[in-house]
Write a protein of this length. Structure first.
Length: 243
């Protein structure tokens, strides 16, 4: 693709991001998918709410375009469920009518933006790009819990002002926990996020790495912030100054 040297390459912005389209009107869903692919996005389509929910849980999805009226599970419920599970993927909700009520409810369920049908494809793409941009900025913000800090851009960790050197797996494990402070993160989710969904080794590897992390970020500082929730997973304390 050619590009003028004087203009920013806006045509390719966000290219390669993976978008999930959840819409039961097949013609609309497929049309949007085709258009987005032409813009350089990778697109998956789900034609009902349950399939959409399942696919949206995947860590490889960067943004969800979610219709409200869906068979199986409606868009509000898909959105609410994802947020309750701690999935922070940006969601652009398609509202059927341009009523304030719809829009307020869309935002209330945890959607990041909404677009009322019928919409222009150009507007849809602009909204998608804006959301992806915001999301990238958000992911780049340092994660801070008390005196524990993780810098996603530099991939560095510090505690009480001291740099702590982490391996890639340790870093990713800590990031997965710190993105959900105070919440239990299931062992299976940690495995998926850090070792990948195709990992077929011993799931106890999570426990082993939690042990490594504790030896680096907790013990030297007299803390015990990574908690084991027996039979479920692990949780990092929301307030690390608490005993
Ligand atoms: Ca629909």
């Amino acid at each position: 693709m050619t590009n003028s040297a004087t203009e920013p390459n806006s045509a390719l912005e966000g290219a390669g991001s993976r978008i999930l389209v959840v819409e039961d009107e097949a013609a609309l869903a497929d049309g949007v998918a085709r258009g987005l692919r032409a813009e350089g996005f990778e697109v998956e389509v789900a034609y009902d709410g349950l399939t959409g929910l399942d696919k949206a849980r995947g860590t490889d999805i960067d943004l969800v375009i979610l219709d409200i009226m869906l068979p199986g599970l409606n868009g509000y419920r898909v959105c609410r469920t994802l947020r309750a599970e701690g999935v922070g993927t940006p969601i652009l909700m398609l509202t059927a009518k341009s009523g304030e009520y719809d829009e307020a409810e869309a935002l209330d369920t945890g959607a990041d933006d909404f677009l009322s049908k019928p919409f222009s494809f150009v507007v849809l793409v602009a909204r998608v790009r804006a959301l992806l941009r915001r999301s990238v900025d958000g992911k780049a913000q340092p994660l801070v819990i008390g005196d524990l800090m993780l810098d996603p851009l530099a991939r560095t960790c510090s505690r009480a002002g001291q740099q702590v050197s982490l391996t890639t797996r340790e870093y990713e494990l800590l990031e997965a926990l710190m993105r959900k402070p105070g919440q239990v993160v299931a062992k299976s989710e940690l495995l998926d996020r850090v070792w990948g969904t195709d990992f077929e080794g011993d799931p106890n590897v999570v426990e082993v790495y939690v042990g490594y992390l504790r030896r680096k970020i907790d013990r030297p500082f007299g803390r015990n912030d990574i908690e084991t929730v027996r039979g479920v997973g692990y949780r990092i304390k929301q307030d690390p100054t608490a005993p």
